[in-house]
Each structure stands twice: as structure tokens, then as C-alpha cells.
Design a protein around this ligand. Structure first.
Ligand code: UN1
Length: 515
């Protein structure tokens, strides 16, 4: 055995250990059978196989949705605060398994430790939020125009929520949806990315154990490990009342019309093409730190990753010099090693798309200032490590207007704030945005209706790393959905308007008489 083989075996063992600590029966899960389709979990750290896990077919997805609907019929009658108590217990369970889950996120996605732990923390945070929410699913009461009448709104769960999640946030985005859906009284069928079946298995084992301990109906949460072909079975299912899907704009363009055709509800969180404006008054030290974390962190594989910097012409050269200096020193490498800040891309396809994007940017007049090249990491010849790229662009060319899911940061110059805002908004996507400025007027304009058209608009921080307390999502081709905090819960519930007559008469609205 070579050192590389040893390391691969070590990764597989770590994955099995973490999975088993979370209560998954690893032996029976990985054994499979010749008749069952299998998903192969690869580690982007070295390209090795972590484990094979059995997948379900499209026909089985159909059964799983029916099972979740059966559970919904009783789960919806459990008082919301009691559902909240179960999510509270789940949050504590996640705390106990924070290290195990972070292990799996690292092994399956290639995140550095701190970011993997942060992702698990995001799950714990949303559970806390959901517990409070379980006592606050409030409706309004309005005055009635009729004497002796009252108008009010009540909110009710919609049914089964189909959660389709992406590889890059394999646990947090599921938890945003699931914690909120469950306290709202919905049940969940989860179709995770086929690249991250192990994190999904661990999470669902933990949740389903807590649900069983609290005698929740079987089927309140079901995992549908399946390849892409099984997606339509969930999306088209008449009992999947809500489809909450995270992924590419292309995926959303397929999902949205299918769900609309059957009058289902969608919560879509699709591509981002996030920009930061750096104004003449900006604190450049702060801007550089914010930009580098947002652009190079998670190897540029967040939907909130910073893809564009729009810098004032008076500071662009200084900013570029500082960024180039940091980019050249960024430690790219095995995310399990201390001090590494940038781990691998998810796969070779991602690396190829990054190279193609850089080539297209250069053809469009761009100049690569630093990065873009492959980085050799010892013991990981089959993995896709790359130095984040900094590319100066003379104009916002087509390639800049598309999302490439890799660490490329395009930098462009502006003269007036109007021009900067027009560039910032001049892309199809509308997820996250930011401005670095110490000029309050500029900050306010950026946050006003005439400013950024995104769902997330930040001042003096980068575009990524949102807290769970706010509503998360964006406009235009980002899909318009909102998940996580604030009143995103409304997307998981239906509203009923109630009119109550406590008088002895039957007056009609609008003064209509019908005698
Ligand atoms: C995503 O990339 O789909 O705001 C989610 C952030 C994280 C979530 C990202 N809290 O960057």
C-alpha cells in the first residue's frame, strides 16, 4: 500500500466512524445488494471513495412522499409548541454530534474545519430559532366592517415539504428548511445532493431518532437518497405541497414550471452573482479582509460567494495590489491540515469550468492578476485544488454575468455611484450584494429602492456568511424564495382568513341586501 492509499483508507474510516457515532448502522447501510442502485460518496479531498450507499428509485420516492403525507395527517395536530420541543431536543443532539457532523462535511465537501463547524452551528442556531418560532406562528386580527363580527387570519401547515439541497451546504440548508417546516406542522422528504449522501444519512439518523423518542409519527421526516433521475418523482408529486430547492439556475428553471403546472408552491434559492462595491471612502484593510473571505472562502463554492468587485477608479489599483498580495499567499491545500484556508473544488468538472471561464474572460479583454492555476497537494493527485483567481475586467462581459461555481473574482472600475449600482444590478441573478464605504449617504443609497436589487444587501461586510435570523434568498434568477429566519416560515404555511359572526343578525359585506 502506498501513502496515498493509506490516506484514502483513513478518510473512509473517519467517515464510517463519524456516521456510526451519529447512530447510522454503517455495515448494513454500506452492504447494499445487486438489485439496489448505489450512490458513491467521493471525497473531494483526494478523490477517493468514502462509501457506497443504497439509493432509492423514482417509484420509491413516490412511496416516501405518500408515507410523509400519512404522517402529516397526525403531525399537523400536534400543538406547535410541542413540535418546538422536539426541535429543541434535536438541536441539543446536534450539539453533541457537532464534531462528527463537521467531520462528514469536511470529508464530503472539502471544507476547512472552521467552516465545517460553522455550518453545523448554523443548524443548531436554526433549531433555537425554530423553538421560539413554535410559539409565535401568529396571525392578525382586523376590524370587520360588520357589527358583531371579527376578521382574523390563521396559519396552517401546507403538507409535505420536498427539500432538495445542494452539495455545498449539505446540512445547513436542509436544517433551515426542516426545522422551520417541522415546527410549522409540515412533514419533510429530503433529497440531498447525490454527492453528499453520508452527511445526509447522519443528519436524518439523528433527527429520526429524536422524532421516534418523542413518538412523532413515522414518516415525519424521510430521507430520499437518490440520483438526479429520481428528482422529478418528488417535484411532480401531487402530495408534495412545497418544493424547496437549492441549486443552479438551470435546475430551478426545470423545477419551477413543473411545480407551477400542478399549482404547488416553490421556495427557490438558485444562483448568485454577488458583487461588492468598494467606494473611495472605504476602509481598505476591512474591505480586503471581507473580500478575501467572501471570494476565496469555501473555495468560492457558496451561492453567496463574492464573484465581482466594483471598485472606484481612485482606489482600484491600491485595492488590486493588496488583494493580489493576499491571494498569492493564501494557503491552498488539504482542508484537514491546520492553517489551510482554501480546500479543493468539488470535482474535476468544476476545475474545468473554472479554466474555461478564465479563458473566456481573457478573450473578453480580462487580465489574470494572480491565481487560477492547479495546486498540487501531496497525497491528493486525483483532487481539484486551485489557487483562487483575481481577474481585472475592462467591462462586465458575458462571462462575468454568469455564475461560475469556483473562486474567480472579477474586478471592474467605476466612476459614479450610479454607474456602480447599475453594474451591481446588471446581472441576471439577485442574491447578495455589499458596499464598502464610510460615507453614510452612499450606504443609504445602496440600501434604498434605487440601490441594490438583491435579497441580501450588506454594508462594510462581504456578501457571504449570513446569519440565520434574517430571511435568506434573492430575486431575479435567484428564484425569489426566502428560507431561514424572519418571517420565512410563511412560505411553509397556508393562510386562512376567518370571519366570525357573534351577533344575532346576518349583515352582508359591502352593504349588500338580499331579503
Ligand atoms: C448557500 O451557499 O447555499 O450566507 C448557503 C452564507 C451561508 C449560507 C450559504 N450562511 O454564506
Amino acid at each position: 500500500m502506498t501513502a496515498t492509499d493509506d490516506r484514502a483508507t483513513d478518510l473512509a474510516m473517519r467517515a464510517r466512524r463519524a456516521l456510526s457515532n451519529c447512530g447510522t448502522d454503517v455495515e448494513s447501510t454500506s452492504s447494499g445488494s445487486a438489485h439496489v442502485p448505489m450512490l458513491v460518496s467521493h471525497s473531494p479531498i483526494d478523490g477517493s471513495i468514502l462509501m457506497n450507499v443504497p439509493a432509492v428509485t423514482a417509484a420509491q420516492v413516490d412511496d416516501l412522499v405518500s408515507r410523509a403525507h400519512e404522517a402529516f395527517l397526525s403531525w399537523r395536530q400536534v400543538p406547535a409548541p410541542l413540535r418546538g420541543q422536539i426541535i429543541k431536543a434535536f438541536g441539543r443532539r446536534l450539539e453533541e454530534h457537532k464534531e462528527d457532523l463537521a467531520d462528514l462535511v469536511q470529508l464530503e465537501v472539502g471544507k476547512i474545519r472552521s467552516e465545517a463547524l460553522g455550518e453545523v452551528q448554523e443548524m443548531i442556531d436554526i433549531c433555537d430559532f425554530a423553538v421560539g418560532l413554535s410559539r409565535q406562528l401568529e396571525g392578525r386580527t382586523m376590524p370587520s366592517e360588520r357589527p358583531g363580527h371579527r376578521l382574523m387570519e390563521t396559519w396552517h401547515p401546507r403538507g409535505v415539504v420536498g427539500v432538495i439541497s445542494a452539495f455545498n451546504f449539505p446540512v445547513a440548508v436542509w436544517a433551515w428548511n426542516t426545522a422551520i417546516a417541522l415546527v410549522c406542522g409540515d412533514t419533510v422528504v429530503w433529497k440531498p445532493s447525490e454527492r453528499t449522501p453520508l452527511t445526509a444519512l447522519a443528519c436524518s439518523t439523528l433527527l429520526e431518532a429524536v422524532l421516534a423518542e418523542h413518538s412523532a409519527p413515522v414518516g415525519t421526516h424521510v430521507l430520499a437518497l437518490a440520483d438526479r433521475d429520481a428528482g422529478p418523482a418528488l417535484v411532480d408529486h401531487p402530495l408534495a405541497a412545497v418544493i424547496s430547492a437549492t441549486g443552479s439556475e438551470r435546475m430551478g428553471a426545470e423545477v419551477a414550471p413543473r411545480v407551477a403546472a400542478r399549482f404547488g408552491h416553490c421556495i427557490l434559492e438558485l444562483g448568485g452573482n454577488n458583487a461588492a462595491i468598494v467606494a473611495p471612502s472605504a476602509d481598505l484593510d476591512l474591505a480586503v479582509r471581507g473580500i478575501v473571505f467572501a471570494a476565496a472562502g469555501t473555495a468560492g463554492q457558496r451561492c453567496t460567494s463574492l464573484r465581482r468587485v466594483i471598485a472606484h477608479s481612485s482606489i482600484i489599483d491600491d485595492l488590486l495590489r493588496r488583494l493580489a498580495d493576499v491571494y498569492a499567499r493564501l494557503r491552498v491545500g488539504n482542508p484537514l491540515d491546520d492553517g489551510v484556508l482554501v480546500g479543493p473544488l468539488i470535482d474535476q468538472g468544476s476545475f474545468d469550468r473554472m479554466q474555461a471561464a478564465i479563458a473566456e474572460a481573457v478573450t473578453a479583454g480580462g487580465t489574470v492578476i494572480v491565481g487560477g492555476e492547479r495546486v498540487d497537494v501531496e497525497g491528493c493527485p486525483d483532487a481539484a485544488y486551485v489557487r483562487p483567481a483575481l481577474v481585472r475586467m475592462p467591462v462586465q462581459a458575458d462571462i462575468v454575468r454568469r455564475e461560475t461555481f469556483a473562486p474567480i473574482l472579477y474586478v471592474m472600475a467605476y466612476e459614479t455611484l450610479d454607474e456602480a449600482v447599475a453594474l451591481q444590478n446588471g446581472v441576471p441573478q439577485g442574491l447578495s450584494s455589499s458596499i464598502f464605504t464610510l460615507d453614510q449617504r452612499e450606504a443609504e443609497v445602496f440600501m434604498s429602492s434605487a440601490g441594490s436589487d438583491c435579497g441580501i444587501v450588506n454594508v462594510n461586510i462581504g456578501t457571504s456568511g449570513a446569519e440565520i435570523g434574517g430571511a435568506f434568498g434573492g430575486e431575479k434568477t435567484t428564484g425569489g424564495g426566502r428560507e431561514s429566519g424572519s418571517d420565512s416560515w410563511r412560505g411553509y404555511m397556508r393562510r386562512a382568513t376567518n370571519t366570525i359572526n357573534y351577533s344575532h343578525d346576518l349583515p352582508l359585506a359591502q352593504g349588500v341586501s338580499f331579503e
